[in-house]
Ligand binder design. Structure first.
Ligand SMILES: [Zn+2]
Length: 527
């Protein structure tokens, strides 16, 4: 090879090397550019979709910090335990089955106040049906005048009905119970008292916030702890946390033994034993239940639970007069007539929780343009059972989805919670069992626009997720909802037991500060 050829070869090699370098640089620049563009787009999409403010993003990053403790302060440490821990693993059913009720005798349904016979299901066995209205009388129910027979459909004019269907030999072949929505006249005033603002799904409206008040939707799941929700309410948790961005209160501690005193704390803001109204032989009507406050502000009120307990027992007379605008006790009493055990949960083709759930959804859908306060309590399904929460899980997650998709949560404060953890069974005596008995589940949801308008309240709620909190605080929070712009109820003044969760709970709050007796205190707990 002569010198000219060698030079030429070197020049070509250098050129190729240069081309290669330039190409690599161009590729690197292209990749960096694409990544940056994608990230910007992602952030933009996220921001656009969620309408999050900078404040909210800060809160989010703060909240995602994790430690080995749910609550960690100088005076209170509550450990984050594994719900499937080795020590109790063998006491938990490996594959809990959902409990379904036999619905073969569910031969009728109601749609828009019309009661229909379901001929697809009844396969023409039904000759005719008739219904009786169910009315409330002091602490009980009575059946009204029986309707005429119908063989296809009939318009219903009563809130609760018992339907009987007969074959061609006049033999009863099915008993069905239904709730029907009727707008009650006494609540006409509600719309005038509050200028209700329903927000578009993605567009926060900045007008009229001063006068707006949130609807209140409370859903209580009996004996359900946060720990058990991790085991058996997975779909519901996922929807609440991931889709609704609800706040889970990790240090939520019960204040008393069982359902009644814990619900009394939430609903009255005081200990049951401090209120003489609970001993009134006539009934508990005079007690300062929180729905009375909401009623004063023009809210339509609703209370329903699927068992005759809580404020009804041998030593407590229940309600002599209907306590709320919509009150479901007579319906459940009639539907469950003759049932002795609280363990039963299937009634005439549906589970007690399905009835509670349907009623709640129906009311919320129909009352969406009025301010409402609704309390639904699912007692039977999870009373004394860790695993039956699985059945509620499907029901609840689907309902939350329906509420959300139908924009029924756009102006609603939602709390989904337990009164206390499980109080029976083999897990209870263990360390984790004792801890979970003391730590009921509590999720709180506020709509997206609230997070921006009341940024500091939302920030505090997120902070309080890892503080020691109680049903007393929930009571104060509910009162605070009636007075968001003045923050009077938020201060620790109302009955002195709780602090609104929209205000910051002190980091070093002890059980004594929070009105939790040492017996039920989950701080620094050991067996
Ligand atoms: Zn209970």
């Amino acid at each position: 090879m002569d010198i000219t050829k060698i030079r030429l070869f070197r020049i070509v090699r250098r050129k190729y090397f240069l081309y290669l370098c330039v190409s690599v640089c161009v590729w690197i620049a292209f990749l960096i550019g694409t990544t940056l563009r994608l990230n910007t787009k992602k952030e933009y999409t996220f921001r656009k979709k969620e309408y999050v403010s900078r404040c909210y993003l800060e809160v989010l990053s703060e909240f995602t910090k994790r430690t080995g403790f749910l609550v960690e302060s100088e005076v209170c440490k509550i450990p984050r335990v594994n719900p499937f821990d080795q020590s109790i693993k063998d006491l938990l059913p490996y594959d809990p089955q959902t409990s379904l009720c036999n619905d073969s005798n569910l031969l009728t349904y109601v749609d828009n106040n019309i009661l229909y016979i379901n001929f697809t299901k009844s396969r023409n066995q039904v000759g005719y049906c008739s219904y009786e209205p169910i009315y409330y009388i002091s602490n009980s129910f009575k059946l009204g005048k029986i309707s005429g027979n119908f063989n296809k459909s009939v318009r219903v004019t009563d809130e609760f009905i018992k339907v009987q269907c007969f074959d061609s030999f006049n033999k009863v072949i099915a008993k069905n119970f239904h709730t029907v929505f009727f707008k009650k006249k006494s609540n006409q005033k509600a719309a005038d008292v509050r200028k209700h603002v329903v927000y578009g799904q993605n567009k926060p409206n900045t007008d009229n916030h001063r006068e707006s008040r949130l609807n209140v939707l409370l859903i209580m799941i009996e004996s359900t702890s946060r720990i058990n929700s991790v085991r058996y309410l997975r779909k519901t948790r996922k929807y609440l946390l991931e889709k609704l961005d609800a706040t889970e209160l990790l240090g939520y501690n019960k204040v008393a033994l069982n359902t009644r005193p814990n619900m009394a704390a939430l609903l009255t803001g005081d200990f049951l034993e401090h209120l003489s109204c609970f001993n009134d032989k006539e009934g508990v009507d005079k007690c300062p239940f929180i729905w009375k406050e909401f009623s004063k502000f023009g809210y339509t009120t609703h209370y329903g639970q699927d068992a005759k307990c809580t404020f009804y027992s041998k030593d407590m007379s229940g309600f002599k007069y209907q306590p709320t605008d919509y009150y479901d006790q007579p319906f459940h009493d009639a539907n469950q007539q003759g049932t002795k055990h609280i363990f039963n949960f299937c009634f005439n083709g549906k589970s007690s929780s399905e009835y509670v759930n349907e009623r709640m959804f129906n009311l919320v859908s129909n009352l969406k343009d009025d301010p409402f306060f609704s309390l639904s309590m699912h007692i039977r399904m999870t009373h004394d059972s860790l695993t039956r929460a699985v059945t509620i899980d499907k029901l609840l997650s689907r309902t939350l989805q329906r509420l959300h998709k139908n924009s029924l949560l756009n102006n609603t404060f939602l709390a989904l919670f337990g009164d206390h953890g499980i109080r029976s069974g083999k897990v209870r005596p263990t360390f984790i069992g004792q801890l979970e008995e003391r730590l009921p589940m509590m999720f709180m949801y506020v709509p997206p626009w609230f997070k921006n308008k009341y940024c500091s309240y939302f920030k505090n709620l997120r902070t309080n997720a890892r503080r020691l909190t109680t049903h007393f605080d929930t009571h104060s929070t509910l009162l605070h909802l009636l007075d968001l712009d003045n923050n009077q109820h938020g201060k620790n003044t109302y009955r002195q037991k709780g602090i609104s969760l929209f205000n910051e709970i002190p980091m070093n709050r002890s059980c004594q500060d929070a009105n939790i007796s040492s017996k039920w205190c989950a701080c620094n707990f050991h067996l």
